[in-house]
Design a protein around this ligand. Sequence first.
Ligand SMILES: Cc1cc2nc3c(=O)[nH]c(=O)nc-3n(C[C@H](O)[C@H](O)[C@H](O)COP(=O)(O)OP(=O)(O)OC[C@H]3O[C@@H](n4cnc5c(N)ncnc54)[C@H](O)[C@@H]3O)c2cc1C
Ligand SMILES: NC(=O)c1ccc[n+]([C@@H]2O[C@H](COP(=O)([O-])OP(=O)(O)OC[C@H]3O[C@@H](n4cnc5c(N)ncnc54)[C@H](O)[C@@H]3O)[C@@H](O)[C@H]2O)c1
Length: 470
Amino acid sequence: MTEQSYDVVVLGAGSTGENVADVVVRGGLTAVLVESELVGGECSYWACMPSKALLRGTEVLSEARDVDGARQAVTGEQDVAATLERRSSFTSHWDDSGQVEWVQGAGIDLIRGTGRLAGERTVVVTAADGTETRLTARHAVAVCTGSMSATPPIDGLADVDPWGPREATSAKEAPGRLLVLGGGYVGCEMATAWQALGSQVTVLQRGDRLLEGMEPAAGDAVARSLRDSGVDVRLDTDVTAARRDDGEVVLTTSGGEFRGDEVLVAVGRAARTGDVGLDVVGLEPGNYLEVDDTLRVDGSSWLYGVGDVNGRALLTHMGKYQARQAGAAIVARATGEDVDTSDWSPFVATADRYATPSVVFTVPQVASVGRTAKEADDAGLPHRVVDIPLEVAGSSLFADGYEGRAIAVIDTDRDVLLGLTFVGPAVGELLQAATIAVVGEVPIRRLWHAVPAYPTVSEIWLRLLEAYRG
Ligand SMILES: Cc1cc2nc3c(=O)[nH]c(=O)nc-3n(C[C@H](O)[C@H](O)[C@H](O)COP(=O)(O)OP(=O)(O)OC[C@H]3O[C@@H](n4cnc5c(N)ncnc54)[C@H](O)[C@@H]3O)c2cc1C
Ligand SMILES: NC(=O)c1ccc[n+]([C@@H]2O[C@H](COP(=O)([O-])OP(=O)(O)OC[C@H]3O[C@@H](n4cnc5c(N)ncnc54)[C@H](O)[C@@H]3O)[C@@H](O)[C@H]2O)c1
């Protein structure tokens, strides 16, 4: 067995692992990335990039059709083959050589194979040909192995060869009828995309609304728009069994039987920690890693869990943020610097808890940051909710009959914004201003001086503040 040592060993070269390695190398340490599949991870090949490339054409067409004068120019249909080809180009045709080149250029070593913890600060990598390399970390091992699609315990589901998000984002053609199990981020985005690309989509959601966990207006608006586009949205539907019948997928549910050509399972994620040797260090395989705000595993001085693998915020930008914070903490600890662990210090991922931004790329989009009204209630925070239609001069110019909502949750004691949700066309671009207001805890009385330019959709900020003042 070959033996090598580095300051930092990073398990998993997804967007999170790449950033941990980059930050520690920039901080003067040596680092190796261990990757069993494609360098770049889910986001580049089977998640954010291909899904957003699939959705973008649909969004552009919808925006054009909503503007009289432009609408008349949209005389054809979306070109499915061109859309799929553009999607594939965004994944570099599932070829990671561009990212490998970046890793090398950044001064990071790369070992391909499956890495498993084999003791304190030790990882053994098994390559595809069975050869093994023992890696010793002088300072830290960062587990950045991500998450995988969760499988619900439904009779026969595994035997129908269901799609997961990987198949839904990399499919080479639209299935005739697509059943979608789960009405969360993946279910709503993929239902939007494949319905527009020619499938007849049915969404089967267990709960009473889509996008549960967000402000209720978000799921309601997305359900309305999916139905308008021809998607059959079934709420409160429990799937109890699955089978293939003459090639068709048949799902038995509390609301009757549903038939399709494929079924996409999108009911959430599970930690990808089943095969990384957690038992060797006294942790339970398969669980999300429990970490402190510096992303260090509770009770360990050298083991970190960064990105999806800790279950704190399953989003690419949050994994990369955690990577920057954890990387800084690893470098500081390696060089004997003090690590300030108070909220918002350079070494902690406080935003995970109070200010996670996300955009659901449906039509309309849902953009949110911070706490929902329910989360503020649950946390016992004194607050008021301002919930108004997104109707300003900017939005009426943006699209004829623009429909949207803005929901602000304001801390009435501290006079700051706790959270904000926008629902409407293109609202993703409004989100960073809200994130800055939440993270910066900008007092509402000062936000009053942040005057939105006329006529932009951002004028909604002024309407929200006016409604709050009463
Ligand atoms: C369909 C879909 C769409 C999404 N869209 C968005 C979006 O628009 N915006 C957004 O912010 N987020 C989105 N997400 C979430 C986003 O994809 C994840 O949050 C992000 O990819 C997590 O990055 P990560 O590096 O932590 O994990 P991953 O990207 O999963 O990387 C982990 C890496 O570790 C490797 N690995 C695992 N085990 C081992 C081992 N034992 N040895 C060596 N290597 C190993 C894996 O092969 C993988 O490359 C989406 C998710 C899905 C499913
Ligand atoms: N645009 C983005 O940023 C984006 C896009 C896709 C995914 N993601 C990330 O990936 C994560 C995973 O997405 P997801 O959609 O798989 O999970 P999710 O948690 O967003 O939604 C899963 C949904 O499935 C439902 N469900 C659970 N079990 C079910 C069952 N047996 N039958 C029917 N419905 C069931 C749940 O009620 C929930 O509404 C998201 O939480 C998000 O962090 C982000």
